[in-house]
Write a protein that binds this ligand. Structure first.
Ligand SMILES: O=P(O)(O)OC[C@H]1O[C@H](OP(=O)(O)OP(=O)(O)O)[C@H](O)[C@@H]1O
Length: 218
């Protein structure tokens, strides 16, 4: 199994060479990734804040910064894995960059198997028994990570760790523990809401209302 050997240099970094939460928040804010209003999530839950990280694929600089931030976390924790897999679809560009930065091969999990060609759900080249790192953009319940891990494990690959740019802090860590998947994120909802207070988009009071809403079971 290869240890991660990434290049942690970045133009978007602090003095230690690492991307900071504030730097990434500012870039995501400038790319209008945060929407206040009434939106519905994959889980069916209504949310008063929607975070659309799909937008960053249109900025090579910000996409790279988000991938770099995850790589730095992975390197700091000395996670060991043989393959990188993005949770489809939004995390696929991120996973591609993580694979490139760390120089660790990528596999791709389809949302649905094709009815023609090889009909494979997992694409790429791998050896059974290898370990996969799952990469996500935004995590709410962790269900998409769980579904991806299930498909990967059916191919006799192992999944122990997953990482996201953002954890909406709605139970994913505990949900994924049930499936023996360790979950990490670079940013949290708390950090985003604090950043939005700093930009005068929401008040402290509104932050507490949003946190309360997100904590409700669904
Ligand atoms: O933790 P969860 O409750 O599973 O929710 C998070 C998932 O929801 C979004 O994907 P979605 O399926 O909406 O769309 P995508 O195809 O654009 O990734 C997001 O990109 C995550 O994959």
């Amino acid at each position: 199994m290869a240890a991660c050997n990434g290049d942690s240099s970045s133009q978007n970094a602090n003095n230690n060479g690492n991307v900071t939460e504030s730097q990434l928040f500012d870039e995501l804010y400038d790319m209008q990734c945060f929407r206040i209003g009434e939106f519905y999530l994959k889980s069916g839950q209504m949310t008063p804040i929607y975070i659309d990280l799909r937008r960053i694929m249109s900025s090579p600089k910000v996409l790279r910064m988000a991938a770099q931030a995850m790589c730095e976390k992975v390197l700091a924790l000395q996670l060991k894995f043989d393959y990188v897999v993005g949770v489809p679809y939004a995390a696929l560009p991120l996973a591609t960059l993580v694979s490139d930065i760390l120089q660790i091969p990528m596999l791709m999990k389809r949302k649905e198997a094709k009815s023609y060609g090889t009909k494979q759900l997992i694409e790429g080249v791998w050896s059974e028994g290898g370990t996969v790192l799952l990469v996500e953009d935004v995590v709410t319940t962790g269900e998409s990570i769980r579904e991806t891990a299930e498909a990967i494990r059916k191919e006799n690959l192992l999944v122990t760790d997953s990482i996201a740019v953002l954890d909406r802090q709605q139970g994913a860590t505990d949900n994924l523990k049930i499936d023996q998947i360790n979950f990490l994120s670079f940013l949290t909802m708390e950090k985003i809401l604090d950043g939005l207070i700093g930009k005068n988009v929401i008040t402290e009071q509104r932050k507490h209302e949003i946190i309360e809403h997100l904590a409700k079971p669904f």
